[in-house]
Design a protein around this ligand. Structure first.
Ligand code: GLP
Length: 240
């Protein structure tokens, strides 16, 4: 596991964006695994900047997002589909039919999970961007005795709903369920880039990267992967 600690957020964003852009330049039909939350926003801004400078084209790239809320349509400004269009897809040349998120509006969520896994199986992820939840979740894989390998529906923990409530008008509007890629699918990516910032994540960063490998800290399973690049700001890395 390679761990890089940056002095500034801008440096972290630029480094992560370059890792992704370099992957695409080496392999124009690369498959990117993408994440949401506040951490990737600056990374996507930088990718758009590099695209505008004609340093990359995403026209043959395919993307898979980690997760989506159940019950929020793509037009809802808190859905992850809306987020991805706002921060990345609408600014670059990626064809819409090459961008994939789990459909949290599917009538049959189990069938949707099977459909998503089949697509991931056919198009393995070259580089997966990940953020980290305060309780060690990745995607929406919450701490539990058992974790799922494939895409599945999850009931969000109260702490996760509270952490994400800042994006919603009120706590009542925060969805209770989500669909997420499983830890098994995440670990199939060739390269994983875990980006974390902020003092409030320092403790979970230490636990996930240096503590025991346990399903009670889903991100600790990243220790089993051969190629993980961890990008931290000073605050998030201060306990290492
Ligand atoms: C959500 C997402 C995760 C993300 C996490 C941390 O729960 N499902 O994929 O990593 O938030 O988000 P932030 O970067 O805003 O702290």
């Amino acid at each position: 596991m390679e761990i890089i600690i940056f002095d500034t957020q801008q440096q972290l964003d630029a480094y992560a964006a370059e890792l992704i852009v370099n992957t695409v330049n080496q392999k124009p039909n690369a498959v990117l695994g993408l994440a949401t939350g506040s951490t990737p926003i600056g990374i996507y801004d930088k990718m758009v900047e590099l695209y505008n400078q004609k340093k990359v084209s995403f026209s043959s790239v395919t993307t898979f997002n980690l997760d989506e809320y159940v019950g929020l349509p793509p037009q809802n400004d808190q859905s992850y589909a809306y987020y991805m269009n706002k921060h990345l897809f609408s600014h670059i040349d990626i064809p819409e039919d090459r961008t994939h998120l789990p459909n949290g509006m599917a009538d049959d969520i189990d069938a949707e999970c099977i459909r998503y896994d089949a697509m991931l199986e056919a198009q393995p992820v070259d580089i997966q961007l990940l953020g980290l939840g305060h309780n060690g979740h990745i995607g929406f894989n919450e701490p539990d005795v058992n974790l799922s390998g494939g895409t599945h529906a999850v009931k969000l923990k109260d702490e996760t709903r509270e952490a994400n409530a800042r994006f919603f008008a009120s706590m009542d509007e925060v969805p209770t369920y989500a669909v997420t890629m499983g830890v098994g699918s995440i670990l199939k990516a060739d390269t994983i880039v875990l980006a974390v910032r902020g003092a409030d994540k320092a403790e979970i960063v230490k636990e996930a990267l240096t503590g025991p490998i346990t399903t009670s800290v889903p991100a600790s399973l990243l220790q089993t992967h051969a190629r993980v690049i961890v990008l931290l700001d000073r605050e998030a890395g201060r306990m290492l």
